[in-house]
Design a protein around this ligand. Structure first.
Ligand code: ATP
Ligand code: MN
Length: 462
């Protein structure tokens, strides 16, 4: 007898089919004559009802079939007598692989808090909510690869251990094999990195962009999709110390092409979720956020507003709102400002462009005004910044000037600078935070709940 996945059974298998199913018991109810077992195998949010005639089974075996137990059941699919399901499995044989003691299994009742479930992240996959989230997370990862593959972009693997600091802004995790109790030092007391594993200072990457640019300036269009790390001490619902980022980088794209791609890409991913993750989204819409599906549809169909940073400052100044953080040309925008623009003022996603150069990274292309750069941030309802990107400075002298202006070491970027000496070309790219996307798609409110094992300040369990 073939093993069937529950998804297949519920959606397309005819009554009368003989089968084996395997999974975890969600509930077991009934009476002395008959048992109803709700089985979930992860293939779908829905459970398969298994009906067991008590006369056919050992009483002791039935007792072991409790919430959380792993079982295998074989029998014949039948049209369901009860409400709520098309079919059910009439069990002939049941094997219990692993029991789950009802007195200690933590997922007995429904309605645990997200905080509690985070403490048992090894088991939270077994709840409806996290099952839905991680199936959607998979679907989004797949859709990202499909989107770029269909458009001729190449998936480029940029290094995780890097000698460069992309933003030039610290906040990196050191990579070293030094014994912290006995660090080799130079005669003058400074750390002797020549003795370290790589013979130099190394860190976990904060972004694959700089290396991505090197690929784009030969392969044309590339994208990265990998883990990135930030040692920033931001204890917010939107920041992780380890998160995944998608970073496309395109030769011969200017900032407008870059914005077009970002908008099209985000809408594609939302549509993909609406079309392919229907059941899971329906569950999240009912249980987590009643406005979820409507918001997804709205954003997928809306035309994103595009305004300059300077225009945004004007809107925010005239808003008549008492801000927690001051609004002033030259200062970075905070989440409260971003969300005001998106949720109150425009009621649509907003792309902010042409930021002051002093609050952005050295590699962004300088505008002719000499004050702003061709940066663009995509701001989303509920999330704030979901994408940050820019046209890159391709002019050798200007790029070198910016590196010096920002107090960075030219020799650290010799390879990056060389691409501006040999066959330089206009190019652009952006970074989409995968977990920020997941927050938007699922309606969850804390970024710790859309990645399997979150890493945040003072927390790296599992
Ligand atoms: P923010 O201002 O929200 O901290 P950022 O300006 O530092 O973001 P970028 O350096 O532009 O962000 O990174 C690109 C994208 O990566 C962001 O638009 C966001 O989606 C995501 N991102 C940045 N930092 C984090 C983080 N700590 N955790 C999760 N996602 C992040
Ligand atoms: Mn940040």
């Amino acid at each position: 007898m073939r093993r069937f996945k529950v998804k297949e059974v519920l959606s397309e298998t005819a009554p009368g089919t003989e089968m084996v199913v395997k999974g975890w018991v969600r509930t077991h109810r009934g009476n002395r004559n008959i048992s109803f077992i709700a089985l979930n195998d992860g293939s779908t949010i829905a459970n398969l009802q298994i009906v067991a005639d008590a006369a056919k089974f050992d009483e002791n075996l039935l007792k072991k079939i409790t919430t959380g137990a792993a079982i295998s059941a074989s029998g014949t699919l039948a049209e369901s007598q009860g409400k709520g399901q098309r079919v059910e499995l009439q069990a002939e044989e049941i094997t219990v692989y692993g029991e789950a003691d009802p007195n200690s299994y933590p997922l007995q009742k429904k309605g645990h808090s997200m905080e509690f479930l985070r403490e048992i992240a090894h088991l939270r996959f077994r709840t409806n909510t996290f099952g839905a989230i991680f199936r959607i997370r998979h679907a989004m990862a797949y859709a990202i690869h499909k989107y770029y593959n269909d458009r001729g972009f190449y998936y480029l693997h940029t290094p995780i251990v890097t000698g460069s600091d992309c933003e030039g802004a610290g906040e990196m995790f050191r990579v070293t094999t030094f014994n912290p109790d006995n660090i080799p030092r130079n005669p003058n007391g400074t750390v002797n990195y020549k003795m370290d594993f790589f013979g130099r200072e190394t860190n976990l990457t904060v972004s694959g962009q700089l290396e991505g640019e090197l690929g784009a300036l030969a392969l044309g269009e590339i994208y990265t999709f990998g883990p990135t790390f930030r040692a920033e001490n931001s204890n917010t619902p939107r920041h992780l110390a380890e998160f995944w980022m998608i970073e496309p980088e395109m030769a011969f794209y200017d900032d407008n092409d870059n914005m077009d791609l970002a908008e099209d890409f985000l809408k594609y991913l939302i549509r993909y979720a609406l079309e392919n993750c229907e059941e899971d989204l329906e569950f999240l819409n009912n249980m987590i956020d009643k406005g979820l599906r409507e918001r997804l549809r709205d954003v997928a169909e809306s035309e994103f507003v595009r305004i300059t940073y300077t225009e945004a400052i004007e809107i925010l100044t005239k808003a008549g709102v008492k801000w927690e953080f001051p609004v002033e040309w030259g200062r970075d925008l905070q989440a409260e400002h971003e969300r005001y623009l998106v949720e109150k003022h425009f009621k649509k996603p907003v792309i902010l462009r042409d930021y002051p150069k002093d609050i952005k990274a050295f590699y962004m292309k300088l505008n002719d005004d000499g004050k702003t750069v061709r940066a663009m941030d995509v701001l989303f309802p509920q999330i704030g910044e979901i994408i940050g990107g820019s046209q890159r400075e391709e002019i050798y002298e200007r790029l070198k000037g910016r590196i010096n202006e920002m107090g960075l070491q030219e020799q650290d970027f010799w390879w990056y600078l060389e691409t501006r000496r040999f066959g330089t070309a206009p190019h652009s790219g952006f970074g989409l935070g995968f977990e920020r996307l997941m927050l938007f798609i699922t309606g969850m409110s804390n970024i710790r709940d859309v990645i399997p094992f979150p890493r945040t300040p003072k927390s790296a369990e599992f």
